[in-house]
Design a protein around this ligand. Structure first.
Ligand code: CTP
Ligand code: MG
Length: 181
């Protein structure tokens, strides 16, 4: 596959992981996952990680994977590359993993003294990628290993932080997010 094909495949395969955290920003609120619990003198996670945001984000990413699989033949024709279908467990793994990666990052932010909403450069851009790929490899190992080949993985790791920065600045500009990260 040529470079464009690798880039298109990487973006396509990661879509169910890109969407959940953005949906959580729109759908979040209500009971925090940590129930207000503290670890030492800091919150375990904080009010930014809610059950509703996590559930709706995971459902949205999983549903997107199902939808993408339905339109896959048509999109493959248009772009000229054979894009991968998403088995249900692969879509669920990418979506749930993206949310869990972000939740893990909140845990680390609190442990390192960062308040809710504080930036953690590097972690902010890659937490959900690591979570998504880890969860996908656990729930759908064969699919994950055949889809995320070496070159696809390299493109994901290089392009995702750029895409993340751009989407968050746009969401901030639109007034959807409180901080531009
Ligand atoms: N959100 C949510 N549940 C999640 C993730 C996000 O409800 N699992 C919602 C919350 O309303 C949150 C907003 O999306 O405030 C923005 O998400 P994020 O930037 O990840 O959270 P922060 O508020 O910045 O909190 P933290 O510092 O813990 O990451
Ligand atoms: Mg934040």
């Amino acid at each position: 596959m040529d470079l464009l094909g690798v880039v298109v495949t990487a973006f396509w395969a990661m879509l169910p992981a890109y969407v959940p955290n953005n949906v959580a920003v729109l759908a979040g609120g209500g009971r925090p996952i940590d129930g207000g619990r503290m670890l030492g003198d800091r919150r375990l996670l904080g009010d930014g990680k809610t059950w509703r945001g996590t559930a709706v984000g995971t459902a949205a990413g999983t549903a997107l994977a199902v939808g993408l699989t339905a339109v896959r033949p048509a999109v493959s024709d248009v772009v000229g590359y054979s894009l991968p279908a998403f088995p249900l467990l692969a879509g669920l793994g990418l979506a749930l993993g993206a949310m869990l990666g972000d939740i893990g990052a909140s845990f680390l932010k609190r442990r390192s003294g960062r308040e809710r909403g504080a930036a953690f450069p590097g972690l902010d851009q890659l937490d959900f990628v690591v979570g998504a790929l880890t969860c996908a490899v656990v729930l759908a190992p064969t699919w994950t290993l055949t889809t995320f080949t070496g070159p696809v993985l390299v493109v994901v790791l290089v392009a995702t932080p750029l895409l993340h920065v751009v989407t968050n600045v746009v969401a901030y500009g639109l007034g959807l997010k409180d901080e531009p990260w």
